[in-house]
Write a protein of this length. Structure first.
Length: 144
């Protein structure tokens, strides 16, 4: 069913842009999602220590974490940025892992408040939780 999700994504791109090849015209080399935060220090600590993400760049108000070779997640202090925090509204960070149940166990043992792991209709195991700023995270793996 994960392949069905990919097919649906291509269909959605086709509907939005009129051509699924449209995304290729950007020639993307990397991506970076930036979270603007009021609770900057707590949020940086969360991603570094609870999720164990490696820091690829850091300044006194902006920290970039590596997700993959070409995908990054950054946390910016809203007091120093031109964009303010939205308190986590309207955004879910979706991270695929090898084993959602194992990830749940590891995060739960760190004392994080997590929703239970459950099966999803598109053939995945997943759970949700929130970072200190209020951004929702979805951790999922393919159902075995």
């Amino acid at each position: 069913m994960v392949n069905d999700k990919l097919s649906l994504s291509k269909c959605a791109i086709s509907l939005l842009f009129g051509n699924e090849d449209m995304i290729d015209t950007l020639s993307l080399k990397s991506t970076n999602t930036i979270l603007y935060c009021k609770k900057w220090q707590e949020t940086v600590y969360f991603y570094k220590h609870h999720l164990g993400l490696p820091i690829t760049f850091a300044s006194d108000w902006f920290v970039e974490f590596g997700l993959t070779d070409t995908a990054h997640l950054s946390v910016a202090d809203e007091q120093r940025a031109t964009i303010k925090s939205n308190g986590g509204a309207g955004l879910t960070l979706t991270l695929q892992v090898k084993d959602a149940d194992e990830a749940w166990y590891n995060l739960h043992n760190q004392g994080l408040a997590l929703e239970p792991v459950r099966d999803h209709a598109w053939g995945a195991r997943l759970f949700y939780f929130f970072d200190p700023e209020g951004y929702r995270l979805e951790i999922w793996s393919a159902k075995s």
